[in-house]
Design a protein around this ligand. Structure first.
Ligand code: ATP
Ligand code: LTN
Length: 333
């Protein structure tokens, strides 16, 4: 017998802080598109999170729209999923305040992203940078998301979101679904091409450290040719060979090959050949995204219609959760 089970819910978000990198694509976005059939999906451009670091208003506005178009170019279908801009759904900020009253100072002090960003932006350690994970918990819990597809760097924030949900449910009765991270086995943490001990990041000052998903093929080739490896010349996955390990992960994702298959393809060949093949495979993997983005970036009205409809769809769900929460905590509704 076939039961018509309701679909489970997915939510994820990405900051409009620049063109997405290969790390964002492999660690997160590539999985978002493939989940749209099986799940009820909510995907947000998290502009509220982006302002925890100082942003130029005109740049932020442009990047939010560009990033939205990029998500569609990466295969998100606004007819299937709610694809929206976070600040268009005010219930996220409203729930965030409430959840901050269910979050301990000590918990937030332990977040590694806060520690990293406050040392990187030491001139502006604002309260938003500190409470960032509470807003992220609100993003997730307001849709009662079951799964949150993210890269490995977000695991700690997901655990906090769960802890906040458990605490709230314990005090007020079953309210929020407990979310689980959905972290890919391969490519959960793509490393920088210039420093393979650091995460590839779109806000890195050195553009050679990342491949942006809109980089033209020649530039992708150049960045891989320059990628930092090591002083021996054997293509194999081994502790201590961070640069080669990273390239093997990327090549594996782009071609579907396993590490032993990659090792035998390049047995007896040097790094030069391996880097060229990796660059080619990545340029090819990203070709549909580049082509679709070029087409979509001229469709301003269509993009506006999509984010307006996406926000309406998201707001209907978010507003209902917020009302339930208001009621449970004793606000007059
Ligand atoms: P920023 O440099 O502005 O902090 P970021 O490049 O780290 O940004 P985010 O917008 O913070 O990107 O993250 C979006 C998604 O991409 C998250 O799910 C995150 O886990 C994932 N992600 C980011 N960088 C990587 C990476 N190097 N490898 C795998 N996944 C990543
Ligand atoms: N914190 C995430 C972005 C983000 C997010 C979310 C991810 C904001 N809200 C909700 C998943 C679910 C980041 O910095 N990568």
């Amino acid at each position: 017998m076939v039961f018509n089970m309701p679909k489970k819910t997915i939510l994820s978000g990405i900051q409009p802080t620049g063109v997405f990198t290969l790390g964002n694509y492999i660690g997160a976005i590539r999985n978002w598109a493939s989940m749209q059939e099986e799940y009820d999906c909510f995907y947000a451009i998290v502009d509220l999170h982006a302002i925890t670091v100082r942003q130029d208003p005109n740049v932020l506005r442009r990047q939010s729209l560009d990033c939205y178009a990029l998500l569609l170019a990466c295969g998100l279908d606004p007819a299937k999923s709610a694809v929206f801009i976070q600040s268009h759904v005010p219930a996220h900020s409203q729930l965030s305040w409430i959840l901050s009253c269910y979050t301990q100072f000590g918990e937030l002090s332990r977040m590694t992203q806060f520690k990293d960003k406050s040392s990187r932006y030491s001139e502006n350690i604002n309260a938003g940078l500190f409470t960032y994970p509470v807003l992220q918990a609100a993003d997730i819990l307001i849709y009662n998301a079951h799964y949150v597809p993210v890269g490995a760097d977000q695991k700690q924030h997901l655990e906090l979101a769960r802890d906040i949900a458990v605490r709230f449910n314990t005090v007020h009765g079953e309210t929020f679904t407990l979310p689980e991270p959905y972290i890919p086995k391969e490519g959960a943490k793509v490393m920088s091409l210039t420093d393979p001990t650091a995460k590839m990041s779109k806000s890195d000052d050195n553009a050679n450290s990342y491949v942006s998903i809109l980089d033209p093929p020649e530039m992708i080739m150049k960045k891989f040719k320059r990628a930092v490896t090591d002083s021996d010349s054997v293509v194999c996955y081994k502790e201590g060979k961070d640069g080669v390990n990273n390239l093997m992960t990327i090549y594996g994702v782009a071609t579907g090959m396993t590490n032993p298959q990659i090792e035998s393809e390049f047995a007896g060949k040097g790094y030069g050949d391996f880097k060229t093949k990796t660059g080619e495979a990545v340029a090819e993997m990203l070709r549909p995204v580049r082509e679709e983005y070029a087409r979509l970036s001229a469709e301003k009205d269509y993009i506006r219609d999509c984010y307006t409809a996406g926000a309406e769809r998201a707001a209907a769900v978010a507003q209902a959760t917020l009302r339930e929460v208001y009621d449970k905590i004793g606000f007059v509704v």
